[in-house]
Design a protein around this ligand. Sequence first.
Ligand SMILES: *Cc1c(COP(=O)(O)O)cnc(C)c1O
Length: 389
Amino acid sequence: MSALFPTYAKWDVKALKGEGALLIDEHGKQYLDFVSGIAVCNLGHCHPKVNEALKAQVDTLWHASNLFHLEGQEQVAQLLTEQSVGDYVFFCNSGAEANEAAIKLARKATGKHKMVSLTNSFHGRTLGSMSATGQDKIHQGFGPLLSEFTYVPLNDSAALKEAVTEETAAVFVEVVQGEGGVRLMNQEYADALAALCKEMNCLLIIDEIQTGIGRTGTRFAHEQYQLSPDIITLAKGLGNGFPVGAVIGKAHLKSSFEAGSHGSTFGGNPLAMAAAKAVLDEVFQDSFLQDVKVKGQLFLTQLEEALKDCDLIEEVRGLGLMVGIECKEEVASLIQACREKGLLILQAGPKVIRILPPLIATKEQLQQAVDIIKEVMAEKLVINGAQIQ
Ligand SMILES: *Cc1c(COP(=O)(O)O)cnc(C)c1O
């Protein structure tokens, strides 16, 4: 019996310990962890540099509050703004909080409140971020939502054009939809989006909570589409498992977040900043990002090759080390079969397998995952074949 609210459909695995790309359960069974805490542990579990930074901070200062100047906040904000199109940073503790802050900032800066986001998007579970999320199943039972959101399908420029007006405060997008099925924005749409925001004088908010911090082979995924968002939201990979979120905004937004306008008791906590600084020092190196790009391309090619004759597969797609396998049938049993063979992967909707290897995964580990997935698909085909007979 558990005293937890059953909000999560949990796997039958007790996670006890993590080492790099491996997760170890209570029986000592080792799993190749290609879930990475849902795109969080990008540097793998217990990365030595992050651990060292956090241990040093534990003995120095845990918390003082935002009444004080905190060196860690300045350093992380400096790194994030030097390496992005933004100029100022607000720290919070999670993705949903970052998106809430982005919604508030966009309202304040524009004096408008209508926003456009995408169907199949995911932006979080608080009232504002849930309203931004274009999925009915997330809304069920929690209405009324913020009625100011209009949802349009990804890669449909005409629908976007129709939805965005001069009353629109902001367009809110992921450039690769994560929870929504690893769906990539195309370049034509990105160009139309940028032009439209400019024409209608509305803000572009890009949710990089899952795609940011090197996941797609660049610091932020939007770099690969030549987009220049007014606001970027971050969380997941930023602390490698230590809870931390951030909003990066362009200079013209500075006066909208003046003293007293927004805040968070824990936001920018020294422990979170120590973890984030260690992460950024590692991930934002060109050589590290280049390696992610190379491994991402290799992984995608190997998966395509291994699954090219497999009748279960609709499409293999991805960017960097964020990969989706869209299948013709529901994938829960395939994911379970992989888990039994020691590979942890996850779902993104009923028919899409989502694979989020830690960015430090070796080529051998990526190959190992491809082999397990191929084996599981082949066994599934045999079972399906047997059922037909
Ligand atoms: C996970 C996620 C969120 C929500 O982050 P939380 O930390 O769970 O609140 C928002 N947007 C995207 C794209 C995500 O992947």
